[in-house]
Ligand binder design. Structure first.
Ligand code: HEC
Ligand code: HEC
Ligand code: HEC
Ligand code: HEC
Ligand code: HEC
Ligand code: HEC
Length: 498
């Protein structure tokens, strides 16, 4: 083509595209930003984020959402442009078109182009920040999971407060990746619609198996030996008398060939303990079976009332979580929380009956929201201890206990989350160790006398508590002689003893 031949104006010859308009252009930029973010997030998700499902919310819901909005704008723009062109064919068919030959429009276009570039860069930066944020404990516990605030609070006082939520709740590997994606998305929807259950039901079905979580840091072969633990209580009498029990927990006992028994026997490598629970919370266990693994021989224990065989798909193999089911989220009972404050001095033993009254203040009826609690607690205690110098500090402390252990909106506290580690406030070990589960030869579970799981080294208060007995002693129950027909949790429930 000779150099000086004027180029015919394109607009005159080629039919004009309806996509050439401002709305479509803006939509295009939004869509491009979203696509760019999406690609970046997918890349991050696959290269490093395989244990984080919440990133999925941004990657697979938010970013595509913007992409769709952008595309809708593109097509809407074209449609609107077409309609306009037909309607105003004679007057101003090109009103919304991007026109590079118009100097004013060209200026706008340059500005628009710069803005679009900035937007796309920002969306990349945003994606990167989103990725890091969605992985943090703060995100899990606070923002997305305001629903999970109780767990977040409980987690911070536990032994695992430095273990990320995702370590226990979300695994790595392809299978968990998909599961977590679906689960995270499903949770987001439930949260947005505000229809998650209160309390959040347990035991969790999606929890990773214990071998994958706990055994990464605590391996079952690790020999713990005996562990010495003191339980410091306060009686519900006028003087708020201290009462402690010091137990030697037989976590592992060793024989000549290494470790053979003790509490952690249930998770040893040579035997498998299985059980069947009739209820969702796994509290009612009428049947269990012990199988020696190399030989495959087994013995079955059952309660007298349970006849027949349990459904095969409901049989569960015992693992760490069947005893340590509250490793990260400990909801202490009202009783324990008040005792802890009495022991630390935050609550004064000088106020008569404070143990009882503090527990009652926490459990008084009619506290429906966390917000209503402080006033109700202050009112209750003021009526009991008007004029006492320790009153105001007691009120503050009991309010604090409420705020950190009882979550009325979520209906979360110890009453809905039983702990299976002991047997005082919940059935725990006594679900199986109760002398009522027998083999067909009439043999009961071996460890059912009081000294088989622990020996009492000391008990009582003051000088009495300092008398140690290495052989162990019989439990002197402060509530009177123990009735063999009752289990501890028939009377002890974390509130006022029945
Ligand atoms: C050391 C492991 C571990 C860590 C870390 C952990 N959890 Fe859990 N979490 C568990 C176990 C085990 C359960 C199941 C209890 C059950 O099934 O009875 C659970 C249960 C839950 C539940 C169900 C309700 C309940 O209270 O049982 C929620 C919600 C929850 N965790 C959220 C979180 C959040 C949020 C974080 C981080 C702030 C977190 N978890 C950290 C082990 C952990
Ligand atoms: C990432 C490593 C890690 C994982 C995973 C982990 N733990 Fe721990 N756990 C620890 C550490 C570290 C401590 C010691 C904390 C301390 O001494 O304060 C601990 C302490 C404990 C204790 C004793 C302290 C107490 O008071 O509770 C128990 C019991 C326990 N873990 C059980 C579990 C169980 C059950 C699981 C699986 C749900 C688990 N852990 C998962 C690291 C881990
Ligand atoms: C699901 C049922 C079940 C639960 C829950 C349970 N156990 Fe056991 N436990 C068994 C069975 C079955 C045996 C083996 C009985 C036998 O064959 O003699 C056993 C044995 C034991 C032994 C003796 C181990 C040995 O051979 O030295 C101890 C100690 C023990 N359990 C402690 C506990 C403690 C502590 C708890 C609670 C934290 C608990 N168990 C919870 C079923 C259970
Ligand atoms: C039969 C119930 C039971 C099972 C199953 C069980 N534990 Fe334990 N474990 C206990 C008891 C009881 C203690 C003593 C501490 C206590 O009473 O809180 C204990 C103690 C521990 C401790 C030491 C705590 C300390 O303070 O030093 C760790 C860690 C632990 N268990 C981890 C595990 C892991 C990991 C598994 C699974 C492989 C597991 N446990 C299975 C009942 C159990
Ligand atoms: C199957 C094992 C097992 C048997 C049998 C058993 N205990 Fe325990 N007991 C435990 C465990 C585990 C704990 C620790 C709970 C914890 O760490 O929170 C405990 C804790 C206790 C405590 C301290 C609880 C507290 O909060 O102050 C007392 C007291 C006690 N046991 C008394 C008894 C008496 C009395 C008997 C006999 C009727 C008995 N135990 C039989 C496993 C057992
Ligand atoms: C018949 C009901 C009943 C049964 C069953 C029972 N207790 Fe108690 N228990 C009481 C009463 C009442 C008190 C005294 C209340 C107080 O002063 O706090 C008490 C006090 C206690 C205390 C000290 C105070 C406290 O709040 O912790 C411990 C520890 C205790 N019991 C452990 C046990 C254990 C372990 C068992 C099971 C082996 C058991 N109790 C069975 C009614 C019962």
């Amino acid at each position: 083509m000779p150099e000086n031949t004027p180029v015919p104006p394109a607009t005159a010859a080629t039919p004009k595209s309806h996509f050439n308009n401002w709305i479509s252009a803006i939509g295009g930029v939004v869509a491009m930003g979203a696509l760019f973010s999406f690609a970046l997030l997918v890349w991050m998700d696959f290269t490093q984020g395989d244990k984080n499902p919440y990133l999925g919310i941004f990657t697979y819901i938010v970013a595509p959402g913007f992409l769709i909005v952008g595309l809708v704008m593109v097509f809407f723009g074209a449609w609107a442009q077409r309609r306009w062109a037909i309607k105003h064919a004679t007057t101003a068919p090109d009103k919304w078109r991007l026109d590079f030959s118009n100097a004013t429009q060209r200026r706008y276009l340059v500005l628009f182009g710069l803005g679009a570039l900035g937007f796309i860069m920002l969306s990349a930066f945003g994606s990167y920040e989103t990725y890091h944020y969605s992985e943090s404990v703060q995100f899990c516990g606070e923002v997305c999971h305001r629903a999970m605030n109780p767990e977040f609070v409980a987690y911070q006082r536990g032994a695992h407060a430095r273990v990320d939520c995702v370590e226990c709740h979300i695994g790595s590997g392809a299978e968990w990746f998909i599961k977590a994606k679906i689960n995270g998305t499903h949770q987001l929807i439930a949260y947005t619609l505000d229809n998650y259950s209160r309390p959040i039901g347990t035991p969790l079905k999606q929890l990773r198996p214990a071998q994958d979580i706990c055994e990464k840091c605590h391996w079952p072969e690790k020999f713990h030996g005996n562990i010495d633990i003191s339980y410091d209580h306060t009686l519900t009498d006028k003087a708020n008398t201290p009462f402690s029990v010091r137990l030697l927990m037989h976590v592992n006992t060793a024989g000549p060939g290494g470790q053979t028994g003790g509490i952690h026997w249930h998770v040893n490598r040579n035997e498998k303990v299985e059980y069947y629970a009739t209820d969702e919370k796994r509290q009612d266990i009428p049947w269990m079976r012990v199988t020696s693994l190399p030989a495959g021989t087994s013995r079955v224990y059952r309660t007298e009332k349970f006849i027949g065989e349990p459904p095969a798909d409901k049989i569960r193999t015992m693992d760490c979580m069947d005893c340590h089911n509250r490793p990260a989220h400990v909801f202490p009972t009202a009783n324990d929380a008040v005792e802890k404050s009495l022991n630390s001095g935050a609550l004064s033993r000088n106020l008569p009956n404070l143990k009882r009254e503090a527990v009652k203040a926490l459990l008084q009826p009619g506290i429906e929201t966390a917000e209503a609690a402080p006033a109700k607690i202050a009112e209750y205690l003021s009526a009991k201890y008007a004029g006492a110098p320790e009153l105001s500090s007691a009120i503050t402390e009991v309010q604090h206990i409420f705020a950190t252990t009882i979550f009325p909106e979520r209906k979360a506290d110890w009453r809905v989350y039983p702990s299976n580690i002991g047997h005082k406030d919940w059935p725990g070990c006594f679900r199986c160790h109760d002398d009522k589960h027998k083999t067909d030869k009439g043999q009961a579970v071996s460890a059912s006398d009081c000294n088989s799981c622990h020996t009492i080294l000391a008990q009582g208060k003051g000088a009495e508590f300092e008398l140690l007995n290495a052989k162990g002693m019989e439990f002197k129950h402060p509530g009177g002689d123990l009735d063999p027909d009752l289990t501890c949790s028939d009377c002890h429930n974390g509130g006022i003893q029945k």
